[in-house]
Design a protein. Structure first.
Length: 135
């Protein structure tokens, strides 16, 4: 049954069925080009022309120079720590002597107090940034 129907439709198309359609159905509608733009603050939205449609999304002025939301880092700040901060920790591995926070060498324990102070400052800074409301 399906083969007879497809043969009948094929025969109609071959016999010039398309020529029997009205002229308006045969003419293709002109394709309008769509342009999507993000504007910030009070910036004007560009005007549309005859062959294009302009769609504007308005964002606040404070987002003008920010990374798009899809590209912003997510997760805890420890995962987005810079390589320079990571390399500082690796540079002091195995260090001995004054300011090194090791039991080896003269005045090695002086570095332990400095390390604790720096760690406390870093923790306080991290806590302050976590407590502040986002803009």
């Amino acid at each position: 049954m399906k083969t007879r129907l497809s043969l009948a439709l094929g025969a109609l198309a071959a016999s010039g069925f398309a020529a029997a359609l009205p002229a308006t159905a045969q003419q293709a509608q002109p394709q309008l080009r769509t342009r999507e733009i993000i504007v910030f603050g009070n910036d004007p939205c560009p005007r549309a022309t005859d062959d294009e449609v302009v769609v504007c999304a308005r964002r606040p002025e404070k987002d003008r120079f920010r990374l798009p939301e899809a590209l912003r880092p997510t997760g805890p700040p420890q995962l987005s720590q810079s390589w320079s901060a990571r390399s500082k920790a690796l540079a002091t591995v195995g260090q001995t002597g004054p300011g090194s926070c090791s039991g080896v060498g003269p005045a090695g324990t002086d570095g332990c107090a400095l390390k604790e102070i720096q760690q406390g400052v870093a923790e306080r800074t991290e806590q302050d940034t976590a407590d502040t409301a986002p803009e």
